[in-house]
Design a protein. Structure first.
Length: 557
């Protein structure tokens, strides 16, 4: 709502906020940057020598996702909020290391934790959290042990999803690893349930039906577990078209967003996909709902069910979904579709897993899934959470045998554990005087609504190149025409942008904001976007109209 005083959203005047800015200068290498006064002022493309820098980089580093258009970031210049100084002037970073920062790095809480870690000699302390129980036997300032980080996240997750119950957390090093743990726990649960429901004899019968032999290399080994081993296990994981869950071989079976992620890498035969925001029937049609003994007694058995393109429902271990698809195009799940999918999973005992690696803390709520009224069985996070975490219903953790999974650093680096604790605790509990005592999640929600207003203005002015947008809080997806040109132009105008989703006549851009984003940062971002869109629009004034026939070149299957 606009008033004579400014723009008021849920009782907060976002424009009046600007009169309360009091920030200290950030100084690095003799350069100064102040978040409260900095202005976007590019003097040409930042780091114009990108070609030479990338050539030197390529001589030493195995290629990953870098392209010739990837920006070069000079780490020797100061950063303040969204503002970044550079040899060519000040620009805005609008993808934050692909969602790795939740608020300003110079927050007093973060600086205090780092100083305490150094002061107590624990900044470089690394232990093997999978072999040792790590504790702080006596209080050391505000420092925390891994168990305390897990307790914080478990409590917040249980509160975020009423009905989930008690939780436990598995620590890892990245979002992909957190997803790997989720897949393994889900398949382990599927196995345990099958044995408990039908007994080991039926499992043996199922394996014979599918032509899966016993693995006898460990016959006679008295160590647990006592179950017979098989060469494979037919427990199906189900994902969505357009999804991105990582590139390691386990989660790559769920990833389905770009061709480059798939070429030459082996896949599980026990994985399936359904359209994102499709029909409930897409999942329902995939499932053979007969009890497994009935299936095995029918002509062709389970092999015939799989050959027909269906999945015995008792072998469906996990449905994994991003409520807010990241690499797939910053697309929100449809509320009705996702709620129906969740209900179907619950009806048939299929575990529901939410990948919140990119959306954690960014949508005005701790989890994007909170906005859907669903209750997952597993949630995994990383990026802004500093460490990878797989948070699961306690009963799933109870089913895990010793040695089911492990990793080198998960939960063992006290620097990461304490930085993670400080970030998450600050995110949910800090009351910011600058925002009249509101927390960062609330600020993200309010500023998201302000940005929605500003983007609607831009969309109306430049519909020929910017026809639509969607988002929540600090995560926004923009549909644009001539995406590469928009990114290059914005870089010259003073904003670092990042594409997502498939390349086409219409493609998506992402905007990632901090949860402590300032009104003036949003205003400067909108000004940069306005100049960018105007320039691209003028360059294509003679192009045909932006019609419904324009679409992604590779629409989801």
């Amino acid at each position: 709502m606009s008033t004579s005083a400014g723009v008021v959203i849920d009782g907060y005047d976002v424009l009046a906020e600007t009169g309360r800015y009091r920030f200290a200068d950030r100084v690095l290498g003799g350069r100064r940057l102040n978040r409260g006064t900095a202005m976007v002022a590019p003097g040409g493309t930042p780091h114009a020598d990108a070609g030479e820098a990338q050539r030197r980089y390529a001589q030493q580093v195995v290629p990953s996702t870098l392209t010739p258009a990837s920006p070069v970031v000079d780490l020797s210049y100061p950063v303040a909020g969204l503002f970044v100084d550079s040899p060519a002037g000040v620009y805005l970073d609008l993808y934050q290391g692909v969602a790795q920062r939740l608020f300003d790095d110079q927050h007093p809480r973060l600086r205090g934790i780092i100083e305490q870690l150094a002061g107590y000699g624990l900044a470089f302390r690394r232990e093997i959290a999978t072999d040792d129980v790590l504790e702080l036997g006596r209080p050391l300032g505000d420092l925390r042990a891994p168990r305390e980080l897990a307790a914080l996240v478990n409590g917040l997750t249980s509160a975020a999803f009423p009905g989930l119950g008690a939780c436990r957390t598995f620590f890892s090093n990245s979002g992909a690893e957190a997803g790997e743990a989720a897949i393994k726990l889900a398949q382990l649960h599927c196995y345990r349930r099958l044995v408990a429901r039908h007994g080991p004899a039926l499992v043996e019968r199922l394996m014979a039906d599918l032509g899966i032999p016993r693995d006898r290399v460990f016959d006679g080994d008295p160590s647990p577990p006592d179950d017979p081993l098989y060469a494979d296990y037919p427990f199906v994981i189900i994902g969505c078209d357009g999804a991105f869950h990582g590139r390691t071989l386990g989660v790559l079976n769920l990833t389905r967003s770009r061709k480059a992620q798939q070429l030459a890498f082996s896949k599980l035969r026990w994985r399936r996909h359904v359209p994102f925001n499709g029909r409930l029937q897409d999942l329902a049609d995939l499932l053979d709902r007969r009890p497994l003994p009935e299936i095995l007694s029918s002509p062709g058995g389970a092999s015939a069910v799989f050959a027909a393109g269906k999945v015995p429902v008792e072998l469906a271990a996990l449905f994994a979904v991003e409520c807010y698809q990241g690499e797939g195009g910053y697309r929100l799940a449809d509320r009705g579709w996702l709620r129906a999918i969740a209900a179907l999973c619950k009806e048939h005992g299929i575990l529901l897993g939410l990948d919140e690696v990119q959306s954690f803390g960014r949508t005005g709520a701790l989890y994007a899934g909170e906005r859907y009224g669903i209750v997952p069985d597993l949630v995994w996070i990383a990026k802004a959470a500093v460490v990878g975490m797989t948070v699961v219903r306690a009963e799933l953790a109870d089913e895990a045998h010793v040695g089911w999974h492990s990793n080198t650093f998960g939960g063992g680096k006290l620097f990461d554990v304490n930085l993670s604790y400080a970030v998450i605790d600050t995110l949910v509990n800090w009351k910011e005087p600058l925002f009249e005592g509101r927390g960062y999640l609330e600020n993200s929600r309010l500023k998201g609504e302000y940005l929605r207003m500003r983007l609607a203005e831009l969309c109306a002015q430049h519909a020929d190149v910017f026809p639509e947008f969607s988002g929540l809080g600090g995560m926004w997806g923009l549909t644009v025409r001539h995406r590469d040109e928009v990114i290059a132009t914005a870089w010259r105008e003073g904003a670092k942008l990042l594409g997502c989703g498939r390349r086409g006549t219409r493609s998506r851009l992402r905007l990632i904001l901090l949860t402590d984003v300032l009104t003036r940062e949003i205003d400067q971002m909108v000004a940069v976007l306005e100049r960018t869109l105007a320039a691209v629009s003028a360059a294509h004034a003679d192009d045909p109209p932006f019609g419904e026939e324009d679409d992604e070149e590779e629409p989801p299957a």
